[in-house]
Every structure is written in C-alpha cells, then in structure tokens.
Design a protein around this ligand. Structure first.
Ligand code: SAM
Length: 200
C-alpha cells in the first residue's frame, strides 16, 4: 500500500518543501515524476534541462531523447554550470525542468521565448492561481496541457533522510507550439511511484 495515503484515500502530509530563500532552492526531482511526463508527452529533437541540478531529471529525459543538454546556474557536478536561464540567449527545440521555487514566473517567461516546440515545467498546482499570473501569463500564453499528479511528490534536499510525504500538489505545465490555444486539463494515472520505486 502506498504510505502517502490514509485508508480513506486522503493524503497524509508530513513533510513540506520549504523554499530556500537565501539559496538556489535545490531539490532533485524523484525520477518517477519525470517518467510520468515522458510517458505522456513526446519530445522530438533536442531537450534542454535548463536548471538541471545533479541531473536527476536529465537522466530520465535521456530515455526519451538522445539529444538532452543540461545546464544550471550553480555547479552541481552535472551539465554546464554558470548558465543563468533567466538571462541566457540560448534557444532549444524543447525545454524541460523543475525550476527554483522563487523564480518560477521568470522561468515561464524565459521558456516561452526560448523553446521552439515544447516547454514543460514542473510547478506547484497552485501556480494556476493568482491575479498577476492571470494577467501576465495565463491570459496571454496559457499552457496547452496541465498534467495533474494523482500521487504526491515528496521533494527531499540532496542526501537528506527520506521520511514523511509531500504536502503540496504539483503538475506538469506544458506549452506546446503545435497545440490549440485552449488549455487541456489531464490527470496522470496512479502507479508511477510504485513503478519507479528506486527513486522515491
Ligand atoms: C528545484 S531544483 C531542480 C533541479 C533539477 N531540475 C531536478 O528537477 O532535479 C532547481 C535548480 O535550479 C537551479 N537554478 C536556480 N536559479 C537558476 C537560474 N537562474 N538559472 C538556471 N538554474 C537555476 C538551482 O541551482 C537548482 O539546481
């Protein structure tokens, strides 16, 4: 049984992902959460993981594309370091990442400019809310698809003891230049967490 849930099907939240206000907000994404994306979204051509951390997401993306490039503002021993996605002129056919919590809106704006085909961001589901985002993002560039997780993602700081479960709902927000403009709301089937347990 998945320990994330109470018997009545409700979540058992015991661990929050705190924003690291002074630092770079480095939380590797559990592999199963990236598997859920690549099982449901196809990426043709290059995929750029533009805030790659230690490569947790890049390594899964490599299963979907032979052309994954990775960079991060900080040197975490993976990909190119010193690349500020918010101030880079680089473009790519596809861009996929889990951005730092404190710069999520900046990442959306930068990604919309730099991705030629698909741009996918793992964000809090609550990113859908907010008057400013309605004006600056959703009324002008709504995502093509929002994939809601039916299982909770738990983010742990690197090397932290893995206990407790997440309190925050996340979703993959996908901007697809080839899709109609209306946003489609979709749900991942449960089972990814169990299918890729080595990462949880
Ligand atoms: C939440 S972690 C996610 C890491 C990785 N994407 C993953 O999913 O495992 C956010 C990452 O964004 C990086 N970062 C913060 N600001 C950045 C910026 N302006 N440009 C590029 N990377 C940045 C951090 O160093 C950190 O590795």
């Amino acid at each position: 049984m998945d320990g994330t849930y109470n018997l009545n099907g409700g979540f058992k939240p015991t661990l929050k992902r705190f924003a690291d206000l002074d630092g770079p907000d480095f939380y590797p994404t559990p592999a199963w959460a990236t598997h859920a994306l690549i099982d449901n979204e196809a990426f043709t051509g290059e995929v750029w993981e533009s805030a790659c951390g230690n490569g947790a997401m890049s390594k899964v993306l490599e299963k979907a594309s032979p052309l994954v490039t990775s960079s991060d503002l900080y040197d975490r021993g993976f990909g190119d370091s010193g690349v500020d996605f918010l101030n880079s002129n680089r473009r790519a056919e596809n861009i996929v990442t889990n951005p730092p919590f404190n710069s999520a809106e900046g990442f959306v704006r930068a990604g919309l400019e730099r991705a030629e085909k698909k741009f996918a961001l793992l964000l809090r589901l609550a990113f859908l809310e907010g008057a400013r985002r309605q004006r600056t993002i959703f009324s002008v560039s709504p995502p093509s698809r929002v994939w809601v997780f039916s299982e909770r993602i738990t983010f742990y700081p690197l090397n932290a003891e893995r206990k407790g479960s997440g309190t925050t709902a996340y979703a993959w927000f996908v901007w697809d230049k080839d899709a109609p403009s209306a946003t489609e709301l979709l749900w991942f089937k449960p089972g990814y967490k169990a299918a890729y347990p080595e990462s949880d």
